[in-house]
Write a protein that binds this ligand. Structure first.
Ligand code: LRH
Length: 480
């Protein structure tokens, strides 16, 4: 049988990659064509992405993917996913008319507290969009931009979220895709179109946005990379978390809870209906969307960002330089006595989102609880993993309470799935087995959606079945 080749562009807030997928005989083989670090830069107190550098890496990665093909073969299609919420403002000719801000920028703090303190408005926005009030929401970011630079409503005619923008650079077609649209707090929770009340509340011009397209939509062919001439640009779920969830080899009966663990820990599940109401708002349930329009109710537990940032504070020697050194650090942390994390960090504390010093916020929390801060990086690693595990378990309990469902396993993909410490702590705290997969989840979900659009695979259930049949997995049974 012939092989179908697809390239996944997968951009995360701290690293990006371009991965070549080869699908043959119902098996997916991945080749990492290109990996690169990503970071935002702070200029005069605001945080910005280096969007030109990212586009350069995307092009480099796609060229390398084409170069990795067997002789005479062609890449059939390309799909792009990125982290949520961030966007580019453009005019009709596709020129950037505003710098691309990073979601950690503290510029939304005033809007965040204003909506948080206006109970009735907060409830209305939640009922309309199914998305809670989080500092990074595109709604708050756009409202701040428009309030601070009113002339932007004359300059910009289009708002493309980052996967949409890269799709545009690749194909020349401007389109808003549904899953990334669902991270904005501007989409109508009961349809697949924008919410007029939400757009009005945040004063976002409706003309900036096009009716969202579903995953699988063909946007055109790759324009300006000769090595990929003729390759289709397919709108995959543009939100990385949506792609990661699509790659979960879940049991079809809906009893698996999903955890995509990276910079953030995204704990959630698939559902035909949204989870709304006062309890859902209190538990900060975000009713994000699946590529086909259904729902991914999830809560966002601050993730490995805690460790990333604490390591910066501890100095260059704190960060392992090789995969072996990482394994050793995780192992050392796991061997520390349980008493190290008798007092956990409150992972819902907003002060953890982008502090000048993460270590200072963590130490401050511990001191207020009369506990002594860890002495070294392995102590922080243990404390952070145990605290995240508690956050994962709390999210599971809240979902079970709200939906009446019972989750029998937690499936984990992403960077955290490679940490036996995080997996075991999560199993212990949640009291169910945690199953980790040796899987580039996000890229695999991205490629799965391309294969379905190309009709090389029938649907997601089929894909998951084939994927699961060959996947290496590790089960962590709960212990106390
Ligand atoms: C993870 C993620 C997450 C949020 C955040 C902004 O990469 O996409 O789901 O949307 O970034």
């Amino acid at each position: 049988k012939s092989t179908t080749y697809c390239a996944a562009v997968d951009l995360g807030a701290t690293s990006g990659r371009v991965i070549l997928g080869a699908w043959q005989n119902n098996r997916l083989k991945l080749t990492v064509a290109h990996r690169f670090p990503n970071t935002f830069r702070t200029l005069n107190g605001n945080d910005y992405w280096e969007i030109g550098a990212l586009w350069h890496e995307v092009q480099t990665g796609l060229r390398k993917a084409a170069a990795a093909l067997p002789r005479g073969k062609k890449i059939a299609s390309v799909g792009v996913d990125t982290w949520g919420v961030d966007y580019a403002l453009l005019n009709d000719r596709g020129r950037l008319v505003f710098p691309v801000h990073a979601y950690r920028d503290n510029r939304t703090q005033a809007g965040l507290s204003h909506l948080g303190n206006t109970r009735a408005a907060l409830e209305r926005v939640y009922a309309a969009t199914g998305i809670p009030n989080v500092f990074y929401n595109s709604s708050l970011q756009l409202a701040e931009t428009i309030a601070d630079c009113p002339a932007i409503t004359d300059l910009a005619t289009r708002c493309l979220f980052l996967p949409d923008y890269f799709n545009y650079l690749l194909s020349g077609t401007m389109a808003n895709e549904l899953t990334i649209a669902s991270t904005t707090q501007l989409l109508d929770v009961n349809s697949t179109d924008w919410s007029r009340p939400a757009l009005d509340y945040f004063r976002v011009p409706p003309s900036w946005l096009g009716k969202p397209v579903l995953a699988g939509t063909r946007l055109g062919t790759v324009k300006n990379i000769p090595e990929l001439a003729g390759a289709k640009v397919i709108a995959v779920p543009g939100h990385d978390t949506a792609c990661a969830y699509d790659a979960m080899p879940a049991s079809p009966d809906g009893t698996d809870l999903f955890l995509s663990s990276g910079t953030w820990s995204l704990v959630g599940f698939e559902s035909d209906t949204p989870v709304l109401g006062p309890d859902a708002l209190k538990a900060r349930v975000a009713n994000e969307r699946i590529g086909d329009g259904r729902y991914r109710p999830l809560t966002n537990v601050i993730g490995m960002w805690l460790l990333e940032r604490t390591m910066l504070d501890l100095g260059p020697s704190a960060r392992p330089k090789t995969p072996e050194a990482w394994d050793k650090l995780i192992d050392d942390a796991a061997r520390l006595p349980a008493s190290v994390s008798k007092v956990l960090i409150d992972v819902t504390d907003p002060a953890l989102s982008n502090p000048p010093s993460m270590k200072a916020v963590i130490d401050g929390q511990l001191r207020r609880k009369k506990a002594v801060p860890p002495k070294n990086v392995k102590g922080y690693m243990r404390l952070i993993c145990d605290s995240l595990a508690r956050g994962h378990a709390d999210a599971k309990a809240a979902f079970e309470r709200m939906t009446g469902r019972e989750f029998k396993r937690i499936l984990i993909v992403g960077g955290g799935s490679r940490s036996p410490l995080l997996c075991q702590s999560t199993a212990n705290a949640a009291k169910v087995p945690v199953v980790s997969f040796n899987l580039e989840g996000t890229a695999v979900g991205n490629i799965a959606n391309q294969l379905i659009a190309l009709r090389a695979v029938k649907n997601k259930a089929e894909f998951r079945k084939h994927l699961g049949a060959h996947l290496e997995q590790k089960v962590y049974q709960p212990k106390n």
